[in-house]
Design a protein around this ligand. Structure first.
Ligand code: GAP
Length: 575
């Protein structure tokens, strides 16, 4: 692995291209070239050196001091890491895989479930009238006539002479290095012709640019003519369930219906591991409310001074602005702003995203989804990919319920208790791509530690697939007996692993890479004192804790307290 580092010597910066290689099981660092004092030139020179050596540029880390750098993992390297550790890998690989489909392995499944549970707990607790439901993944055609997906849910495809198909905006994006969202088919075709862009596969000219519907049709029953579709978003489940759930919630608004489940889209160009797949998981909360109350929220006072990271559609040149909720309500309704604050708090306070890597990005009239009146994407900055949409806050008005009322002929209106008028509730949707969030969490957590010579996955312990690994220091019956007892006791409450193979260093490394926050070692002193050594993943520091206090300490440490404070620190060396 090659990487760029800058060393600070007497206040001046000097750039070097270094390489890490594993020799006899140990990682050794070698300097490949001195790159000068100017970062831009250093990056250029690094690429030249690597090209000459026919090496891949896996990451270029600059602006950090050697030894402390956070590794900017490339997308290819992340894919390799995810497979090597059992997070995610291409589906049906023994048959060559199927583009746009991924499987979650033993660690990935746990991390994904942890994310979903944290999401569930946080968003459902925002109101006593928010509930989770689970609905069918296959829905009849009329659902999508009503929602508008049959007519409008299409990608603009560019087709070449030989029939290769690619998303027209992606084709332009790759050649011209900028985004082309919101343009129609004619405009995209004109740009393709103007810039003489040809097919990426066969280099033939592009002959056609037009709409292709992204839904997967499904045939129900044998020889049946019933047409149905795999749902392209989870949202339609709550909409078709609204009438019944509203009655079950004793006719009370706002009503929240949350759903975590699969959505299916026949994407033209799946790419970037989990970011653009054909089957993916969404976590969505549909909040049904009275549109007359869009400019109020009973708890708004609590977040009035909360500052949001926002890019406004008519002020994009200003970049990310820090805007107080109390200010933003001059442009965006209060009910909407309240939930933007709750979303940002979820990312920064619960998931602990770095603040500068999180923002809301407002879409303009042309870019908004066909069903939205207000539309802010939730974005995270992912290394070489730049800002990536990981969710959205969508004001869908009565678009969906009105459509379902018309097509189903069911009355979906409700009674306004104050005015005694009937109205169709409006919907504010908080939409999250679980897989995109999963990939973001891994990207942010990935650190390569040169001192240790291994990756440390610095996941928030709440998200870590395995909370603690338990090892006997060496394979001796007296240590193994206590280790097994500790393991059996802890596994009643936590997801823990038992690991006795390889040196203690190797076991630490393996668990660092899995994101396990605590390693518990049973040694000679444990037999005398009924205690264990706990090593904290990120600092490498260790403390001794009585076995009888272990559960309580772990509980608190997973909740965010520093485990080292529960015992006497016995080793301040970084290890
Ligand atoms: N119900 C609203 C809705 O579906 P969307 O912006 O189309 O809105 C919501 O999708 C989220 O689902 C996105 O922000 C993204 O995180 C995720 N998502 C969409 N398409 C995806 C795909 N092909 N692969 C992975 N995630 C996807």
């Amino acid at each position: 692995m090659a990487f760029l580092v800058n060393k600070k010597i007497k206040g001046r910066e000097y750039f070097y291209l270094n390489e890490n290689k594993r020799v006899d099981g140990k990682v050794k660092t070698k300097t490949l070239a001195y790159l000068g004092k100017i970062r831009k030139e250093a990056e250029k020179k690094a690429k030249e050196v690597l090209e000459k050596k026919q090496m891949k540029i896996l990451d270029l880390v600059a602006g950090k001091t050697e030894g402390l750098e956070q590794t900017k993992i490339s997308i290819d390297e992340l894919a390799t890491f995810c497979k090597r550790k059992g997070f995610v890998y291409p589906s049906s690989e023994i048959y060559g895989g199927l583009s746009g489909f991924y499987d979650y392995g033993h660690l990935g499944t746990l991390l994904k479930k942890n994310f979903e549970n944290i999401w569930r707990k946080y968003f459902l607790s925002l109101s006593n009238n928010f509930f989770e439901i689970e609905t069918s993944e296959i829905m009849p055609e009329n659902v999508f006539v009503a929602s508008g997906h049959l007519k409008n849910f299409a990608d603009i495809a560019a087709k070449c002479k030989k029939g290769h198909i690619e998303r027209a905006d992606h084709l332009l994006e790759r050649h011209l290095n900028k985004k082309f969202e919101g343009l129609n088919a004619d405009e995209l075709f004109d740009l393709i012709k103007e810039n003489k862009i040809v097919c990426s596969v066969c280099k033939n000219s592009i002959e056609y640019v037009g709409l292709i519907n992204m839904m997967f049709p499904v045939q129900i029953g044998v020889g049946s003519t019933t047409i149905a579709y795999l749902r392209p978003e989870t949202a339609q489940g709550p909409y078709v369930n609204f009438k019944l759930q509203y009655e079950l919630a004793r006719n009370k608004l706002p009503l929240g219906l949350a759903l975590i489940g699969k959505a299916y889209r026949n994407e033209l160009s799946p790419k970037n591991i989990l970011l653009r797949q054909r089957a993916f998981t969404q976590a969505e909360l549909q909040i049904f409310f009275n549109p007359k109350k869009i400019n109020e929220h009973e708890n708004f006072n609590a977040i009035e001074n909360f500052v949001l990271n926002v890019v406004l559609s008519d002020e994009r040149e200003k970049g990310v602005q820090k805007i107080k909720c109390g200010e933003l309500v001059k442009k965006v309704p209060q009910f909407y702003v309240y939930y933007m604050a709750k979303v940002q708090q979820f990312y920064l306070e619960i998931l602990k995203f770095p603040e500068e890597k999180f923002r809301f990005f407002e879409l303009n009239e042309r870019e908004k989804a066909f069903y939205n009146k207000y539309h802010f994407d939730i974005e995270a900055e992912l290394n070489e990919l730049g800002w990536v949409e990981i969710g959205g806050v969508h004001y869908r008005t009565d678009h969906d319920l009105k459509g379902h009322q018309e097509v189903s002929k069911q009355n979906l209106s409700v009674l306004d208790e104050e005015t005694r008028e009937r109205f169709i509730p409006h919907v504010l949707e908080l939409s999250f791509g679980v897989d995109r969030n999963f990939q973001t969490l891994l990207t942010f957590a990935y650190h390569y530690d040169k001192g240790r010579g291994n990756v440390i996955l610095k996941l928030n312990p709440k998200l870590s697939p395995i909370k603690a690994a338990i090892f006997p220091i060496v394979k001796k019956p007296e240590f193994e007996k206590i280790s097994e007892e500790v393991f059996n006791e802890l596994k009643k409450e936590f997801n823990v692993a038992y690991d006795e193979s390889g040196s203690i260093g190797r076991r630490y490394a393996r668990n660092d890479e899995s994101g396990t926050p605590f390693c518990i070692t049973i040694d000679g002193d444990s037999t005398k004192n009924n205690d264990v050594t706990i090593r904290e993943r990120d600092s490498g520091e260790q403390t001794r804790i009585k076995i009888k206090n272990l559960k309580e300490c772990l509980r608190k440490a997973i909740d965010g307290e520093n485990i080292l404070k529960f015992g006497k620190i016995i080793n301040t060396r970084k290890k």
